[in-house]
Design a protein around this ligand. Structure first.
Ligand code: CU
Length: 284
């Protein structure tokens, strides 16, 4: 079942992160009124995932927040929210997921709508994304290990057309095999929409001064990692999410030149980076 722990998620969890999604706050112009309600996903001291607040988020824009009280595995926990396709039951999803080897294998059954890593040591106590949660059955997955564990389900009814996501400082999108952003701000709230038909992620290599970013693009295109010493850390703006997913969160990233890439595979198993999904983006 979905054996591969996504690289982006792993790195987010490892804390080598310049972009950390913080708890959403300071929300303005929020059409449903007030601060979005929160679905809380909490890893306990025993490492077990529980969730609460689902009844309050149905048919609304909501914040999905993940926290961890596990002293041992703080840097390892992640949770995912799976949106089931119409008519699919949680049991059918569990059966399909048990056989799946990659995200694409659950196509037609469910879509990972958000993937949120628990905060690493020293980071703010919770990470979160804000999104509209409506019109589907959702499965909460504990994605900490190689075997994701379904923790529970909830049903979200139709959303009123007047419900909108809180405003953000910056919106961008991903699709096959492109990032639409040309520049990114250094910090703020960002909305990232997957407008494609495949899963995508958004990982940025911070290019070291004096290095030609095109040389890094060239290596990624050939299926290689950037050469040692050519990058200064990585930024993870989007963990793997499926088609139609819209996530927004606060982020902070160091200024400079980045090469953004996506390592998720296409239907033939080729990383998107080798299909041209690499882009030089400056952070101002
Ligand atoms: Cu991709």
């Amino acid at each position: 079942m979905l054996k591969r722990m996504p690289r982006g998620a792993r790195a987010v969890l490892a804390g080598a992160v310049t972009a950390v999604a913080l708890a959403a706050g300071g929300v303005a112009a929020f059409a449903q009124g007030g601060t979005p309600p929160t679905l809380t996903l909490a890893f306990g001291a025993d490492g077990k995932l529980t969730f609460s607040g689902a009844e309050g988020i149905v048919g609304k824009a909501a914040t999905v927040a993940v926290s961890s009280a596990d002293p041992k595995k703080k840097a390892e926990h992640a949770a995912a929210l799976v949106r089931l396709e119409p008519g699919v039951t949680p049991e059918q999803f569990a059966a399909a997921a048990a056989k799946a080897k990659s995200f694409e294998d659950i196509e037609g059954v469910g879509v990972i709508d958000s993937f949120v890593g628990a905060p690493p040591k020293g980071a703010p106590p919770q990470t979160s994304v804000t999104k509209i949660v409506a019109g589907a059955t959702y499965v909460v997955l504990d994605f900490s290990g190689e075997q994701p564990i379904p923790v529970g389900t909830f049903v979200a009814g139709k959303v009123s057309p007047s419900v909108k996501l809180p405003t953000v400082d910056f919106s961008t999108s991903v699709k096959e095999y492109k990032f639409t952003a040309k520049t990114l701000p250094r910090k703020g709230t960002i909305r990232i929409t997957n407008r494609g038909k495949q899963y995508h992620e958004m990982i940025g290599f911070h290019v070291r001064k004096g290095v030609d970013p095109k040389s890094i693009v060239g290596r990624l295109q050939q299926g290689k990692e950037p050469k040692k010493g050519t990058t200064d850390g990585e930024a993870f703006l989007l963990a793997p999410v499926g088609p139609g997913a819209v996530n927004q969160a606060e982020f902070t990233i160091e200024r400079g030149t980045y090469v953004f890439t996506c390592f998720l595979p296409d239907s033939k198993g080729r990383p998107h980076s080798t299909q041209g999904m690499n882009k030089v983006i400056s952070v101002k």
